[in-house]
Design a protein around this ligand. Structure first.
Ligand SMILES: [Zn+2]
Length: 290
């Protein structure tokens, strides 16, 4: 995760504005068209820009290859019978809510079936995976946490039914400005053996020994990542209640996306842009067993 410096933060989108600007299918389509084709409508099949608009069907006809398409053709918005304004609401709610939204909350809030809400959530999360490909630099904090339910009779320490989630955050950019080496300079972790040996010639590895109640030694601590870990725990406890191991990666991706964009006033628009340009995730891909 990348921490960017923060100035005054004011979200570009809010609920009244969303309803006013994207309350109808027509307005949503216009928005998607400007995000999908910023340089003018192009045929998704042959890229020709010679297209005719068929207004009554919300479609375009390609004059070169005769392909008929709409702004949602080939995107994740296609094939759902859901009004685009509900899609927009779901995207807004998921990007805006700090702790995330469960399918159950989406179901209740936008008034769709649970199956639709579940499908919607997973499609939005899947598209978010395309974001945040940037590698971490400078000083990186790494920490691990176990995610999963309690097993009766086994006590809280039992990890047999849990998945391990390893998180990493980059220290605030101020530190990096002072340390201009192109490679990662240091990785700070706790004492867990999994981290041993991650250093190399130009990357130091330092750790604090949590089992000995050691939390901060000089500059070495993992407080940054631990705040993210507690956000993850609160997200799961507060919103999701139960995260299946199969979908854990997707939940973590969503958390990362929201964390990295927490100061991004255009998060709604940016997520929408990713979604309209993302490849479709077939339903079979989502439901196949891990
Ligand atoms: Zn064409």
């Amino acid at each position: 995760m990348n921490k960017k410096p923060t100035k005054s933060f004011k979200a570009e989108m809010n609920l009244p504005k969303l309803i006013e600007q994207f309350g109808s299918d027509e307005k949503c389509r216009a928005q998607l068209a400007s995000l999908r084709w910023p340089k003018g409508v192009a045929c998704p099949r042959c890229q020709s820009k010679s297209v005719s608009k068929v207004v009554e069907r919300d479609q375009y006809d390609c004059n070169a290859c005769r392909y008929q398409f709409s702004v949602t053709s080939g995107t994740i918005f296609h094939d759902t019978h859901l009004p685009l304004s509900k899609w927009f609401l779901a995207i807004y709610l998921m990007t805006e809510s700090k702790k995330g939204m469960s399918a159950l909350q989406i179901k209740r809030t936008i008034n769709v079936s649970y199956e639709t809400a579940w499908y919607l959530c997973h499609r939005i999360r899947a598209a978010m995976r395309d974001i945040n490909a940037e590698l971490l630099r400078g000083v990186v904090e790494v920490d691990e946490t176990y995610v999963g339910g309690k097993t009766r009779g086994m006590g809280r320490g039992y990890k047999g039914n849990k998945a391990i989630a390893i998180g990493a955050v980059q220290r605030e950019d101020q530190f990096i400005h002072d340390n201009t080496a192109p490679d990662t300079e240091a990785i700070y972790t706790d004492e867990m053996p999994a981290y041993w040996g991650i250093e190399d010639a130009d990357t130091k590895h330092k750790w604090v020994n949590h089992s000995k109640e050691e939390w901060v030694v000089g500059d070495v601590h993992t407080n940054g990542i631990e705040s993210v870990r507690s956000l993850l725990k609160r997200s799961i406890i507060g919103s999701y209640h139960k995260v299946s191991i199969k979908h854990l990666d997707a939940y973590l991706d969503e958390l990362e996306h929201r964390f990295n964009n927490r100061k991004n006033e255009y998060i709604f628009r940016d997520t929408l842009t990713k979604l309209v340009n993302a490849t479709k995730l077939p339903y079979s891909e989502l439901t196949k067993s891990a």
